[in-house]
Design a protein around this ligand. Structure first.
Ligand code: ATP
Length: 285
């Protein structure tokens, strides 16, 4: 279980995350939504402890991860895989090596610098790539792959880390709808197959609705919605994104929806809400 208790992060006078209280059951696929600047990335960076909270605590199972230092902090970062919008691969290295670098935290800096991987690790990395449907790219330079392929390499690298939780910071924001769907399908598959907790920042409301068991909506650093896709009503979406936001249907190009029956029947404003999510994201970010 992941528990945020009165978590605040201030940058000067600005509370980027403002007294957040959320408990996430193990094995949940959690989506965090909100317009640009709402505090989504800050919450993830607090979770993997790239930054320290100004107040409050974050617990993962029995560990209070908000005040870890030294080896305990390194251990937590190894347990906590992070996927970024811009993939963060090493473009000149081949795909297989990039995936095996997921082991770097546990194998030590010297071994990873000299790329001293075992046959078993190579095999495991190939299996991860196969699972992601891109094993044929194993010997290509990572930088030559499409964005969607690179993000799947990043997911394979995360799997190689043997994490206890995956944090994904807008993993599909740079991808076209088809690749976005492949990446979200992969994250959901890992969540379902391994029972792995996945926390995913998303720009688009419809993606959160389609893929997430639970959705947290942030605005101005605060949690203003916490519920299921079905509970995310028109009013709740307005509260998250700001009422009366002007939007243009043409800005809704990043919608993905592989469960049209469910999302289409939840309420008659479904397409409009999707438009609000995408348009606000486009305008703000
Ligand atoms: N390192 C920092 N120094 C100062 N202010 C910061 C820093 N990081 C974030 N902020 C501020 O904190 C607030 C929340 O930013 P954050 O990046 O968490 O929002 P977000 O919801 O992830 O936005 P986006 O969707 O655009 O990524 C913003 O006002 C931002 O300017």
């Amino acid at each position: 279980m992941l528990i945020y208790q009165n978590v605040t992060k201030r940058f000067g006078a600005n509370a980027a995350v403002d007294n957040v209280n959320v408990s996430v059951d193990a094995g949940t696929m959690l989506g965090i939504i909100g317009r640009s600047g709402a505090g989504k990335s800050t919450l993830l960076r607090l979770t993997n402890r790239m930054i320290d909270p100004s107040a409050g605590s974050i617990r993962f199972g029995p560990r209070d991860i908000s005040h870890l230092k030294g080896k305990a902090l390194l251990d937590w970062r190894a347990d906590c895989a992070m996927i970024f919008q811009q993939f963060n691969l090493i473009p000149r290295l081949d795909v297989l090596t990039n995936v095996m670098l997921g082991r770097a935290n546990s194998m030590g800096i010297v071994k990873s610098v000299f790329k001293l991987f075992t046959d078993a690790e190579r095999h495991e990395a190939l299996l991860a790539l196969e699972r992601l449907g891109i094993v044929e790219t194993a010997l290509q330079q990572a930088g030559t792959l499409s964005g969607g392929q690179q993000q799947r390499v990043a997911i394979a690298r995360a799997l190689m880390q043997n994490p206890k939780i995956i944090l994904a910071d807008e993993p599909i924001a740079s991808l076209d709808p088809m690749n976005a769907k492949l990446v979200m399908d992969a994250l959901r598959d890992i969540n379902r197959q391994e029972g792995m907790t996945v926390v995913c920042n998303l720009h688009t409301l419809d993606t959160a609705r389609t893929y997430c068991d639970r959705i947290v909506g942030m605005r101005g650093g605060k949690v203003v919605f916490d519920g299921t896709a079905a509970e995310l009503t028109t009013d709740a979406a307005r509260e998250i994104y700001g009422a009366g936001a002007e939007f243009d249907e043409a800005a809704t190009s990043t919608t993905i929806n592989d469960r049209p029956d469910e999302t289409g029947s939840q309420d008659s404003d479904g397409p409009r809400l999707r438009a609000v999510g995408s348009a606000v994201a486009s305008a703000g970010g």
